[in-house]
Ligand binder design. Sequence first.
Ligand code: 8YV
Length: 323
Amino acid sequence: MTKRPVVVATRHFPEAVEQRLQSMFDARLNPEDRALSHDELVARAQGADGLMVAATGKVDADLIHRLPASIRIIATFSVGYEHIDIAAAEQRGILVTNTPDVLTDATAEIALLLLLAAARRAHEGAAMLRQDQWTGWTPTQLMGIGLTGKRLGIVGMGRIGQALAERARANGMEIHYYNRTRLSPEQEKGAIHYATVEALLPQAQFLSLHCPLTPQTVKLMDARRLALLPEGAVLINTARGGIVDDEALIAALKSRRLAAAGLDVFDGEPKVDKRYFAIENAFILPHMGSATIETRNAMGFRAIENLQAVLIDGKAPPHRVKA
Ligand code: 8YV
């Protein structure tokens, strides 16, 4: 039997994904899901052909330079790839791939969940009930904000932004968006395009972030831009925590300048600015955007398709990302 390519998995992936990995490759798994130091990862990668990583571990230039020359592909189990130094990988002739499309619906669903939960004060209601503080219905209790007829601003109208727009339209919202390039009329479906984020913000009674984290979008939502949102706006972030300036957002939520926020991602994850825990108008989740069984399996299979193309079929990977 010919030697099967060796793939190192840096995390414990869903069972069906690991089974497929093992059926196709000589897979070095991480069943305990231990956080691997760079030293450990470099040791595990000796003689290996590919890595399957997740967005939770930095694959920086230092690590890439230390990888053995046998590594030909780094397949990330994520659509985002800001954790990988692509230029450093390219310099060493290592291909980098991601998992687009398959998590679009799941992430849009979580964005809608955050939008509804933040607007309708779900956290406060649930906490009141669980802490046995509910003394009964009153005409003015926990009044939130309705979605129908409101303007939703979307920053980044790619796949996930468009999927959220679809769902928001079904809830009676009007879609306004910023994207570097304007979409075609078929994709826009009546959404209104703005050439700058600054032009969009004053329109956005709700604002949802769907752009990647890049040097240009770090702290995009800073105090100045948050102040451009209408009084009582709701901010949703399912993209990356680093796009929002926590200091500015916390101040805006505390002062009620913003009515609420729904956050699935945090700057410096898994460390979270603990002040959010005490902010009742923040509905927060621990990065669950793609966390459905179907989606996580599909992400794994997509990562495997890329590994297979490069390491078994000797072809270009279907989902290569470039510097
Ligand atoms: C992943 C994500 O769960 O794909 C992404 O970019 O943010 C999440 O859906 C996570 O990054 C796992 O690698």
